[in-house]
Ligand binder design. Structure first.
Ligand SMILES: Nc1ncnc2c1ncn2[C@@H]1O[C@H](COP(=O)(O)OP(=O)(O)OP(=O)(O)O)[C@@H](O)[C@H]1O
Length: 300
């Protein structure tokens, strides 16, 4: 007997870490995002999906401060209860004060530095604060020595989680592609984010690398409680690791719910097949007919 998918209500989170409300972004005559509202729940993995040009990267760029939205509010509530209105902060403040970290579609590592050095550079701010911003601080302050030791421990912790500890002393540029992606995520985790935004983390990965990525992300969710928001085209990754999926088309939300819910939502199927709204019923009927024929053929 088929088991009905468990559907969670999409927008009734008791503890959202991020609330996006009525977000719009206009580029000249193009409305890239149009009155978009959704939430990311604390400690969960939320995926933002949609066909090419749907506006996913633009939403990311608004959340992380690369773009100032034309309209709308984005409220990040930290664990301790402090709220940050992201649209009012500069990108470095979103990172430093609101504790939102991000990775990019194209990898941005310091390729000439070692894997370990990349993780230590990410903790530069913490180390500088501990030094009191003086040379004497660097040389003598116990606070700096303690922070320096802690930074190395944290870097080692994330190298282990990302399955990179064996490569700690190799130049980051020498790592295979999938390992560089995990290093970027480990580097972001060294900054202690409350929300980690990942732009297509599985792009270009082979199945083995994709599995290692899933393990890392599920470990982050399970062990640190860091909330994750990701854009992803690879549906196997989205369906396997997401708790919650938001689907965009032409800058608007067309579906919002559990992976099982959105996977079976006629509007999502139609968007990915590229059909008009009034053809949805027809397409669903055709899809069901084909599925039925395949099932009957298998039983013969
Ligand atoms: N800086 C910009 N200036 C003008 N138009 C832009 C800019 N950035 C994005 N756009 C346009 O906004 C729309 C949404 O683009 P966006 O990159 O956000 O979509 P996407 O869903 O991330 O697409 P993809 O999956 O292909 O990466 C597109 O029509 C794009 O051309």
């Amino acid at each position: 007997m088929a088991v009905a998918p468990v559907m969670k209500p999409a927008a009734s989170s008791a503890d959202p870490i991020l609330k996006v409300e009525h977000l719009s972004m206009r580029f000249g005559g193009l409305m890239a995002i149009n009155d978009l509202s959704f939430e990311c729940r604390r400690g969960e993995i939320t995926a933002l999906i949609g066909p090419n040009g749907a506006g996913k990267t633009t939403v990311f760029n608004c959340i992380t401060g690369f773009y100032k939205p034309t309209m709308g509010m984005m409220t990040l509530r930290q664990k301790a209860g402090k709220d940050f209105l992201l649209e009012r902060l500069a990108d470095f403040e979103i990172n430093k004060r609101a504790k939102v970290a991000r990775t990019f579609q194209n990898i941005r590592l310091f390729t000439g530095l070692t894997v370990l050095e990349n993780l230590l550079v990410a903790q530069h701010n913490t180390l500088m604060r501990a030094s009191g911003y003086t040379i004497l601080g660097l040389l003598g302050f116990p606070a700096y020595r303690k922070a320096s030791k802690e930074s190395i421990e944290l870097a080692k912790h994330w190298l282990e989680k990302a399955a990179l500890i064996e490569r700690a002393d190799d130049p980051a540029g020498d790592l295979p592609y999938g390992a560089q992606r995990r290093l970027e995520i480990a580097r972001a985790m060294c900054t202690g984010p409350e929300l980690l935004c990942l732009d297509e983390p599985a792009a270009g990965l082979n199945p083995r690398e994709s599995l290692a990525l899933n393990t890392l992300l599920q470990g982050i969710r399970g062990e640190t409680g860091t909330s994750i928001l990701l854009i992803e085209h690879d549906m196997s990754v989205v369906m396997e690791i997401s708790d919650h999926v938001v689907v965009l088309e032409y800058g608007q939300k067309i579906s919002d719910g559990t992976p099982d819910f959105v996977k079976n939502d006629p509007k999502v199927i139609a968007a990915y097949l590229g059909v008009e709204d009034d053809e949805i019923e027809e397409v669903i009927a055709e899809v069901e007919e084909v599925a039925h024929e395949v099932e009957e053929g298998g039983q013969k």
